[in-house]
Design a protein. Sequence first.
Length: 345
Amino acid sequence: MSVVRGTSLSGFVDEVTKLGGDPTEILGRIGIQPEAVGDFDAFITYAALAQALEAAAASTATPDFGRRLARRQGIDIFGPVGVAARTTASFTDALTVFERYLSAYSPAIAIEVIPQSHTETAFFEFRVLDTDLPRHRQLIELSLGIALRVFRFLLGASYTPLSVHLPHQPLTPRADYLHYFSCTPRFGEPLTGFTIQATDLVRPLIRDDVAHRAMISYLDTVIDRYDERLAGSVRDLVRQLLPTGSATLAVTARQFGMHPKTLQRRLADEGTTFADVLDDVRRTLAQRWLEDTDMTLAHLSHELGYSDQSVLTRACRRWFGVSPAQFRAESRSRRKHRTHPATAE
């Protein structure tokens, strides 16, 4: 199972509350940290996102909850991926950015634009790569709703595809889908997405070369971290759980809907263990914060999920051979020397 950015639930609390539901109860029941909701730097499991949407739809008796929530979201939920897409020269360039970098938002999903033979159309396909998901019809409708909002952000508010394709049967009357998507809805389809005019792909956008290059450069530095291996998803989730003191095997396994032994077995198949992943995340963060920030050691201990600063000291001696204070001092000394090398007399 994979993870997704916390912005995937942007607007969730307000929409559930508006519909008379209890978002705190839903999030707590599924195990989603409330502070992760709407936070691009936070991660939740993709399965938890699907469960939260289905639970919200059931508890508020709102079968079109996914479509409603999509109205509260837009291209901004994708962070730098969205910035890179909206600063390209054409619609097809924007979609290419999403194809290449969408895994920085979530490695559980992908998109592809497929030209249709002997027609002047193309198919925009949305795929869920995570095959272990529970029922996720609301998630499909949320995703298609967001895709349409992105299309309209890039091409204009009046833009309409030719048809929308859903893998399930309608959750509300067909007329609701026709009104919402402003195009012909097709249900029980083998592929999920939109049929669009091929000419739409070459429509120009307002290009911003400076912003585009900056975002692509950033994404190229982080994209390799997002792969389909479970260990990568565990790393992202552990990073989110550390400050709460709940980055344990049991809690992490529950977030992925697994028994702890199953999670350990899956990680072993990838040549690692939960303890190794946890230790590596802590070491990486400790090194970064000791080298680049003035964060106090007490604060750093808390951020790494340690109950006492002495535990941090022991860990740093094991990782770096010195105490955290010594490591910070030596790092800054080396940096100062590189910046201001001594000149020969």
